[in-house]
Design a binder for this molecule. Structure first.
Ligand code: SME
Length: 206
């Protein structure tokens, strides 16, 4: 019997990064089929990508391992409920309109909010979010404003989640991967991750 967890097993036929990302695209298409909830889909996406990459030699367990894989979402679109348990109403936070909130991920605990406000926002996630571009950072220590959630991280790739609807583009959040080695991610990863990000956006009701 096939288990959901089997979807993160890599067949031996996957040898190159383009093959890896094509394989992940197919696996994720099946895994998300029939589910439109974004929390559920982001959770399974981060798990599938994280565990599959750990099975790929270039990203496997060891000094060049991928060490974080997950999402930050646009807090203004998914605000924290304002009604408290005692039914009092919390004051709305001005900051909620300009920050990213930690969402489903795999890896060690990470910073909960990332400021994206003009003039205040900093870091790879904030820059990818505001520029709506995928950022490949070979050496995070040389990146101005990089936010170090884990001191072991040496390189990073961040891809925006963009919903195109009725002639508008809405940036829903970002998909972030970290690696323990410098130069962990390249243009093949950028192309693969962008396709995955679009698949996830299209697979969910937002
Ligand atoms: N390094 C990111 C912060 C998020 S963690 O890597 C999980 C940044 O600079 O935005």
């Amino acid at each position: 019997m096939a288990h959901h967890s089997d979807s993160s097993l890599l067949p031996s036929s996957v040898r190159t990064k383009p093959q890896l990302w094509e394989h992940l695209f197919v696996q994720l298409t099946h895994l998300l089929d029939g589910q439109r909830d974004w929390v559920t889909n982001l959770a399974n996406t981060s798990s599938l990508i994280y565990h599959s990459l750990l099975s790929y030699p270039a990203f496997g367990n060891g000094p060049s391992s991928v060490n974080w894989c997950g999402f930050y979402i646009n807090s203004s679109l998914f605000p924290t409920p304002k009604i408290r348990m005692d039914h009092s109403v919390a004051a709305a936070s001005d900051d909620a309109s300009s920050r990213l909130l930690l969402a489903p991920f795999c890896g060690k605990p990470a910073c909960q909010y990332i400021d994206t406000a003009p003039g205040r926002g900093r870091g790879v996630c904030a820059d990818s979010f505001t520029s709506r571009k995928t950022l490949v950072v070979p050496n995070v220590n040389a990146y101005p404003g990089h936010i170090a959630c884990d001191g072991g991280t040496k390189s990073e790739i961040v891809c925006p989640l963009i919903l195109r609807t009725q002639g508008r583009e809405v940036t829903l959040g970002v998909f972030d991967l970290d690696c323990l080695a410098q130069g962990g991610f390249d243009d093949d990863d950028k192309a693969g991750l962008e396709k995955i990000a679009q698949l996830v956006v299209d697979a969910c009701d937002w």
